[in-house]
Design a protein around this ligand. Structure first.
Ligand code: ATP
Ligand code: MG
Length: 139
């Protein structure tokens, strides 16, 4: 995958609250092209693997329960400087610390339920995109 791509998930809380349309509009209005997109639900095994880097953290069980409790929207996005620019667009992990106008400031309730995921590196963007999509579903 090219390094001008990132991967995102609109997390279960954002889907439950009916924010899919508003968040996708903000993403595309910010210059990201949708390369791949789907509504799906992570299994416990999926979420444990996806967030394995956090397995020693005290919130890991809570994180896995949260990420599997309902559907998510998974997407691959393209833009120059995609990973960094998307992290700027979503804001800080804790919405209380997120900048005005960011997706987490607008739509996240707490550090645990923070509405959206954004890859933290080009390598992880490629790994995470491939976790959810096959090549024939990337456009
Ligand atoms: P993400 O990887 O989902 O984009 P992030 O990179 O901003 O988020 P990470 O440090 O990777 O933050 O944490 C992954 C996720 O774990 C967070 O988005 C959040 O849902 C949860 N999390 C992180 N820190 C805490 C915490 N202190 N308490 C509860 N949940 C947390
Ligand atoms: Mg992260």
């Amino acid at each position: 995958m090219a390094t001008n791509r990132t991967f995102t998930m609109l997390k279960p809380d954002a889907v439950e609250k009916g924010h899919i349309g508003a968040i996708l509009e903000k993403i595309t209005a910010s210059g990201f092209r949708i390369v791949a997109l789907k509504l799906t639900q992570m299994t416990t095994a999926d979420a444990k693997a996806f967030y394995a880097v956090h397995k020693e953290r005290p919130f890991y069980g809570e994180l896995v329960d949260y990420m599997t409790r309902g559907p998510i929207v998974a997407a691959i996005l393209e833009k120059d400087n995609a990973v960094e620019d998307f992290r700027t667009l979503i804001g800080a992990t804790n919405p209380a610390e997120a900048a005005e106008g960011t997706i987490r400031k607008l739509y996240a309730a707490s550090i645990g339920e923070n509405a959206v995921h954004g890859s933290d590196s080009d390598d992880n963007a490629a790994i995470e995109g491939a976790f959810h999509f096959s090549g024939r579903d990337m456009f």
